[in-house]
Design a protein around this ligand. Structure first.
Ligand code: MD6
Ligand code: FE
Length: 221
Protein backbone atom coordinates (compact mmCIF):
# COMPACT_ATOMS: atom_id res chain seq x y z
CA UNK A 1 0.00 0.00 0.00
CA UNK A 2 1.37 3.49 -0.77
CA UNK A 3 2.69 5.22 2.32
CA UNK A 4 0.10 8.03 2.21
CA UNK A 5 -2.85 5.66 1.94
CA UNK A 6 -1.51 3.71 4.91
CA UNK A 7 -1.14 6.91 6.94
CA UNK A 8 -4.74 7.78 6.08
CA UNK A 9 -5.97 4.36 7.19
CA UNK A 10 -4.02 4.55 10.43
CA UNK A 11 -5.40 8.06 11.01
CA UNK A 12 -8.99 6.97 10.33
CA UNK A 13 -8.67 4.12 12.85
CA UNK A 14 -7.26 6.43 15.54
CA UNK A 15 -9.68 9.33 14.97
CA UNK A 16 -12.29 9.48 17.75
CA UNK A 17 -15.97 9.98 16.89
CA UNK A 18 -17.24 13.52 17.42
CA UNK A 19 -14.31 15.18 15.68
CA UNK A 20 -15.35 17.37 12.74
CA UNK A 21 -13.05 19.40 10.54
CA UNK A 22 -14.48 22.28 8.52
CA UNK A 23 -11.58 22.90 6.18
CA UNK A 24 -11.23 26.45 4.87
CA UNK A 25 -14.50 27.54 6.47
CA UNK A 26 -13.20 31.11 6.85
CA UNK A 27 -12.09 32.76 3.61
CA UNK A 28 -9.19 35.22 3.50
CA UNK A 29 -11.49 38.23 4.02
CA UNK A 30 -13.03 36.70 7.13
CA UNK A 31 -9.61 35.63 8.44
CA UNK A 32 -8.32 39.21 8.02
CA UNK A 33 -11.40 40.64 9.75
CA UNK A 34 -11.15 38.22 12.66
CA UNK A 35 -7.41 38.94 13.01
CA UNK A 36 -8.18 42.68 13.27
CA UNK A 37 -10.67 41.95 16.05
CA UNK A 38 -8.15 39.73 17.86
CA UNK A 39 -5.48 42.44 17.54
CA UNK A 40 -7.85 44.90 19.25
CA UNK A 41 -8.59 42.33 21.98
CA UNK A 42 -4.90 41.75 22.78
CA UNK A 43 -4.31 45.51 22.90
CA UNK A 44 -6.84 45.64 25.76
CA UNK A 45 -5.96 42.22 27.24
CA UNK A 46 -2.25 41.65 26.48
CA UNK A 47 -0.92 38.18 25.67
CA UNK A 48 0.63 36.66 28.81
CA UNK A 49 2.85 33.62 29.34
CA UNK A 50 1.04 31.03 31.45
CA UNK A 51 3.05 28.79 33.81
CA UNK A 52 2.61 25.16 34.74
CA UNK A 53 1.10 24.43 38.16
CA UNK A 54 3.71 23.44 40.81
CA UNK A 55 6.83 23.58 38.58
CA UNK A 56 6.22 27.14 37.36
CA UNK A 57 7.63 26.12 33.98
CA UNK A 58 6.49 28.60 31.28
CA UNK A 59 4.35 27.51 28.32
CA UNK A 60 5.93 28.16 24.89
CA UNK A 61 2.51 29.55 23.86
CA UNK A 62 1.27 33.03 24.86
CA UNK A 63 -2.39 33.44 25.78
CA UNK A 64 -5.24 35.87 26.21
CA UNK A 65 -9.03 35.51 26.31
CA UNK A 66 -12.28 37.23 25.49
CA UNK A 67 -15.77 36.59 26.80
CA UNK A 68 -17.14 36.43 30.35
CA UNK A 69 -14.46 33.95 31.51
CA UNK A 70 -10.84 33.31 30.59
CA UNK A 71 -8.56 30.31 31.08
CA UNK A 72 -5.38 31.07 33.03
CA UNK A 73 -2.62 29.08 34.71
CA UNK A 74 0.12 29.96 37.16
CA UNK A 75 2.35 28.20 39.64
CA UNK A 76 0.26 28.89 42.74
CA UNK A 77 -3.32 28.79 41.43
CA UNK A 78 -3.05 26.09 38.74
CA UNK A 79 -5.42 25.77 35.77
CA UNK A 80 -8.68 27.70 36.14
CA UNK A 81 -11.22 30.06 34.62
CA UNK A 82 -11.58 33.57 35.96
CA UNK A 83 -13.45 36.73 34.90
CA UNK A 84 -10.37 39.01 34.91
CA UNK A 85 -7.00 39.30 33.18
CA UNK A 86 -4.26 38.08 35.55
CA UNK A 87 -2.01 41.10 34.98
CA UNK A 88 -4.30 44.06 34.29
CA UNK A 89 -7.08 42.91 36.67
CA UNK A 90 -9.64 44.08 34.13
CA UNK A 91 -12.57 42.00 32.81
CA UNK A 92 -11.84 40.19 29.52
CA UNK A 93 -12.99 42.05 26.37
CA UNK A 94 -16.34 40.95 24.90
CA UNK A 95 -16.42 38.03 22.48
CA UNK A 96 -16.72 39.16 18.81
CA UNK A 97 -20.06 38.43 17.17
CA UNK A 98 -18.37 36.32 14.45
CA UNK A 99 -17.24 33.86 17.14
CA UNK A 100 -20.59 33.70 18.92
CA UNK A 101 -22.29 33.10 15.57
CA UNK A 102 -19.89 30.30 14.57
CA UNK A 103 -20.57 28.57 17.90
CA UNK A 104 -24.34 28.82 17.35
CA UNK A 105 -24.19 27.54 13.77
CA UNK A 106 -21.72 24.67 14.26
CA UNK A 107 -22.37 23.31 17.76
CA UNK A 108 -26.14 23.60 18.20
CA UNK A 109 -25.39 23.77 21.94
CA UNK A 110 -28.31 25.31 23.85
CA UNK A 111 -26.22 28.04 25.52
CA UNK A 112 -23.66 30.57 24.27
CA UNK A 113 -19.90 30.17 24.77
CA UNK A 114 -18.48 31.81 27.90
CA UNK A 115 -14.78 31.77 27.06
CA UNK A 116 -12.67 32.20 23.94
CA UNK A 117 -9.08 31.21 24.70
CA UNK A 118 -6.59 32.84 22.35
CA UNK A 119 -3.28 30.95 21.91
CA UNK A 120 -0.35 32.49 20.04
CA UNK A 121 2.29 30.02 18.82
CA UNK A 122 5.50 31.71 17.66
CA UNK A 123 7.47 29.46 15.26
CA UNK A 124 8.95 26.69 17.44
CA UNK A 125 6.14 26.73 20.03
CA UNK A 126 4.19 23.56 20.78
CA UNK A 127 1.50 22.23 23.08
CA UNK A 128 1.91 18.87 24.79
CA UNK A 129 -0.82 16.22 24.75
CA UNK A 130 -3.60 17.20 27.17
CA UNK A 131 -7.32 16.83 27.81
CA UNK A 132 -9.43 19.95 28.34
CA UNK A 133 -11.01 19.15 31.71
CA UNK A 134 -11.40 22.47 33.54
CA UNK A 135 -14.97 23.02 32.29
CA UNK A 136 -17.94 21.97 34.44
CA UNK A 137 -20.15 21.79 31.32
CA UNK A 138 -18.80 18.37 30.37
CA UNK A 139 -21.34 17.81 27.59
CA UNK A 140 -20.45 21.02 25.74
CA UNK A 141 -18.16 20.73 22.71
CA UNK A 142 -15.08 22.88 22.10
CA UNK A 143 -14.87 24.79 18.83
CA UNK A 144 -11.38 25.61 17.58
CA UNK A 145 -10.47 28.20 14.92
CA UNK A 146 -7.00 28.33 13.34
CA UNK A 147 -5.37 31.47 11.90
CA UNK A 148 -1.94 32.26 10.47
CA UNK A 149 0.64 29.50 9.92
CA UNK A 150 -0.36 25.84 9.57
CA UNK A 151 0.23 23.43 12.47
CA UNK A 152 0.38 19.68 13.02
CA UNK A 153 -2.48 18.80 15.40
CA UNK A 154 -2.43 15.37 17.02
CA UNK A 155 -5.40 13.61 18.64
CA UNK A 156 -5.56 10.32 20.51
CA UNK A 157 -7.95 8.74 22.96
CA UNK A 158 -9.11 9.14 26.56
CA UNK A 159 -5.90 7.48 27.80
CA UNK A 160 -2.53 9.10 27.18
CA UNK A 161 -1.13 5.88 25.69
CA UNK A 162 -3.97 5.44 23.16
CA UNK A 163 -2.92 5.58 19.46
CA UNK A 164 -2.98 9.02 17.87
CA UNK A 165 -3.79 10.52 14.46
CA UNK A 166 -2.34 13.71 13.00
CA UNK A 167 -3.96 16.39 10.90
CA UNK A 168 -2.55 19.62 9.51
CA UNK A 169 -4.61 22.65 10.47
CA UNK A 170 -4.38 25.73 8.23
CA UNK A 171 -5.56 29.29 8.72
CA UNK A 172 -9.32 29.39 8.17
CA UNK A 173 -9.88 25.79 9.32
CA UNK A 174 -12.44 25.20 12.08
CA UNK A 175 -12.34 22.04 14.18
CA UNK A 176 -15.20 20.80 16.37
CA UNK A 177 -14.42 18.52 19.29
CA UNK A 178 -17.71 17.03 20.40
CA UNK A 179 -18.88 13.67 21.71
CA UNK A 180 -16.08 11.26 22.62
CA UNK A 181 -13.43 13.45 20.96
CA UNK A 182 -14.18 16.18 23.52
CA UNK A 183 -12.46 14.13 26.25
CA UNK A 184 -9.54 12.82 24.18
CA UNK A 185 -5.88 13.76 24.41
CA UNK A 186 -4.67 16.26 21.82
CA UNK A 187 -1.85 18.70 21.23
CA UNK A 188 0.19 20.67 18.72
CA UNK A 189 3.45 19.03 17.57
CA UNK A 190 4.75 21.86 15.44
CA UNK A 191 4.11 25.07 13.58
CA UNK A 192 4.98 25.33 9.88
CA UNK A 193 6.52 28.82 9.51
CA UNK A 194 5.74 30.92 6.46
CA UNK A 195 2.64 28.93 5.43
CA UNK A 196 0.00 31.52 6.35
CA UNK A 197 -2.36 32.74 3.58
CA UNK A 198 -3.20 35.64 5.91
CA UNK A 199 -0.24 36.27 8.25
CA UNK A 200 -0.76 37.45 11.81
CA UNK A 201 -0.77 41.22 12.52
CA UNK A 202 2.68 42.69 13.11
CA UNK A 203 1.84 43.63 16.70
CA UNK A 204 1.23 39.93 17.48
CA UNK A 205 4.23 38.64 15.50
CA UNK A 206 4.72 35.65 13.20
CA UNK A 207 3.30 32.18 13.80
CA UNK A 208 -0.14 30.74 14.47
CA UNK A 209 -3.21 31.80 16.43
CA UNK A 210 -5.75 29.33 17.75
CA UNK A 211 -9.03 30.41 19.29
CA UNK A 212 -11.03 27.83 21.26
CA UNK A 213 -14.62 28.60 22.22
CA UNK A 214 -15.85 26.95 25.41
CA UNK A 215 -18.90 26.64 27.59
CA UNK A 216 -17.59 26.53 31.16
CA UNK A 217 -20.65 26.44 33.44
CA UNK A 218 -23.64 24.13 32.81
CA UNK A 219 -26.60 26.08 31.39
CA UNK A 220 -29.51 26.72 33.80
CA UNK A 221 -32.28 24.12 33.38
C1 MD6 B 1 -4.49 24.29 19.20
N1 MD6 B 1 -6.06 23.20 20.56
O1 MD6 B 1 -5.11 23.98 18.18
C2 MD6 B 1 -4.74 23.60 20.48
N2 MD6 B 1 -8.52 21.96 22.79
O2 MD6 B 1 -3.65 25.18 19.21
C3 MD6 B 1 -6.58 22.66 21.66
O3 MD6 B 1 -5.92 22.48 22.68
C4 MD6 B 1 -7.98 22.27 21.62
O4 MD6 B 1 -8.19 22.46 19.25
C5 MD6 B 1 -9.79 21.57 22.86
C6 MD6 B 1 -10.56 21.46 21.73
C7 MD6 B 1 -10.04 21.78 20.52
C8 MD6 B 1 -8.71 22.18 20.43
FE1 FE C 1 -7.07 21.62 24.25
Amino acid sequence: MPHQAMERRKNAAATPPGLRLYRGLLGVTEQARLLEEIAAIVRAAPLFTPRMPNTGRPFSVRMSNCGALGWVSDREGGYRYQPRHPRTGRPWPPMPQMLRRLWGELTGYPAPPEAALINHYPPGARMGLHVDADEQARDAPVLSISLGDAATFRIGGPRRRDPTASVRLHGGDVLLLGGAARHCHHGIDRIHPGTAAVPLPEEIGPGRLNITLRRVTPPAQ
